[in-house]
Design a protein around this ligand. Structure first.
Ligand SMILES: [Zn+2]
Ligand SMILES: [Zn+2]
Length: 125
């Protein structure tokens, strides 16, 4: 698997029984379907997200990335619900997520407050 951002090879990392992929270059993380929310609820996130946040920010602006799993689908950038300052790359095909270095540490699962906010946003839309 190649990194969608810097094209360096990604290594598989076993974390809480889940195999995720981490880039050997920019240290971005690739999560398969459901892995992001699952692992965001677990401890020891810093053992997975070991990259330099500054480097991650540099790659955050990198567009035109292709899904490392499907390889043909373009990743779509979308803000995290309730954390709009955080942009993650999502594959519409396989529901995988790419997070730049440092983003997984900031990522929060949508809690009750986030769900309320999302429901309110739908009401006023
Ligand atoms: Zn990379
Ligand atoms: Zn995909």
């Amino acid at each position: 698997m190649k990194c969608p951002k810097c094209h360096a090879p990604m290594e598989s990392v076993l974390h809480h029984g889940q195999t995720v992929h981490r880039c050997g270059g920019c240290r971005g993380l690739w999560f398969g379907e459901n892995q992001l929310t699952l692992l965001a609820s677990k401890k020891h996130r810093h053992m997975l997200d070991i990259g330099d946040e500054t480097l991650g920010q540099a790659f955050n602006d990198c567009h035109d990335s292709t899904c490392p799993s499907c390889q043909t689908t373009r990743l779509q950038r979308r803000p995290v619900s309730g954390q709009e300052y955080l942009m993650v790359d999502e594959c519409p095909q396989c529901q995988g997520h790419f997070l730049d270095a440092g983003e997984f540490l900031q990522y929060q699962r949508p809690g009750v407050f986030g769900q309320l906010k999302a429901a309110y946003a739908r009401l006023v839309a």
